[in-house]
Design a protein around this ligand. Structure first.
Ligand code: 6GU
Length: 288
């Protein structure tokens, strides 16, 4: 696949049987990067389908289109010295004015203003609740930095959020943007067929999801827990919550701190874990 300046074109809605609206996408996304090819996975899977159905509209822009020198330079040495390079403000400023349709970040009068997000390891944590917030926005712009980051004057002026996807360092914001967009777009109404599967996910209740099973009932000498085959929906719901509580207590005790637990919940946590991974691994320290 060849991806150039505006590579992943805006898609015309096809009025599919999902009831997607002919009035336009639920979510518009612009991504600015020096590596448009990195965003190729956006064509695939659930998000690719959502785009084909016109629910989500994604455009990828090559930052170098807004350079004016023959070498299309996007970086320069950092003031104050130190290793690495910093992304120059000029191409970013020009890209953001074009993509947002605003001459300046604070321009009054333009009706629609996108939420501008800068992925960076020094950002605030990306969480399920931020994903839900972004999924409710009409328009997002992701600015993918490379090297030591983007000149801070651009970020100060344009960014609504600086966001990190975890406590490790990636070489650029592209993969972080893919991660965030996968989490965000599945929350856009109509993208995931079964709305319940979105609600039921790990983190939506503040707990990790417990183990899941399908046929056959016996595999490699291990049976599916009998309770899941009992037809007793109350007992199944209690069992699932107990498993979720035990798993969360073991793997992510930090998540439990923020929850209000019943006596039954506490009892589940205090009884021995039955999950294979929980039996064999060292207890979690609570820090990532
Ligand atoms: Cl959002 N960007 C980069 N470059 N590294 C990261 C990150 C983001 N989140 C965690 N590490």
């Amino acid at each position: 696949m060849t991806l150039d300046r505006v590579t992943l074109d805006r898609v015309t809605p096809d009025h599919g049987d999902d009831g997607s609206s002919p009035v336009g996408p639920r979510l518009k996304v612009d991504i600015i990067t020096i590596f448009p090819d990195y965003l190729a996975p956006l064509e695939m899977s659930l998000l690719g389908k959502a785009r084909a159905r016109g629910l989500v509209d994604v455009q990828v822009h090559d930052l170098r289109a807004w350079t004016s020198d023959v070498h299309r330079t996007v970086d320069d040495q950092p003031y104050g010295g130190g290793p690495g390079m910093v992304m120059r403000p000029e191409p970013w400023w020009a890209a953001l004015t074009t993509v947002t349709g605003r001459a300046r970040p604070d321009q009054a009068g333009s009706p629609e203003r996108p939420r501008v997000i800068v992925p960076t390891p020094s950002g605030r944590p990306f969480t399920q609740s931020l994903a839900a917030e972004l999924a409710a926005a009409p328009w997002l712009v992701f600015c993918c930095g490379r090297y030591e980051g983007i000149d801070s004057r651009v970020v100060e002026a344009w960014a609504d959020d600086e966001v990190s996807i975890g406590d490790y360092v990636l070489s650029g914001g592209e993969v972080a943007t893919l991660v965030m967009l996968e989490a965000v777009t599945r929350l856009v109404p109509g993208v995931v067929g079964n709305a319940e599967s979105v609600v039921d996910d790990s983190f939506s209740h503040g707990l990790l999801e417990g183990p899941v099973y399908t046929r056959p009932v016996t595999w490699e000498g291990q049976d599916v827990p009998a309770i899941l085959r009992s037809g007793d929906h109350g007992a199944i719901a209690r069992w699932r919550r107990d498993e979720a509580l035990r798993r969360t207590a073991h793997r992510r005790p930090d998540l439990l701190a923020g929850l209000t637990l019943s006596d039954a919940d506490r009892q589940a946590i205090d009884s021995p874990a039955r999950d294979a991974a929980d039996r064999t691994s060292e207890p979690s320290t609570g820090s990532p």
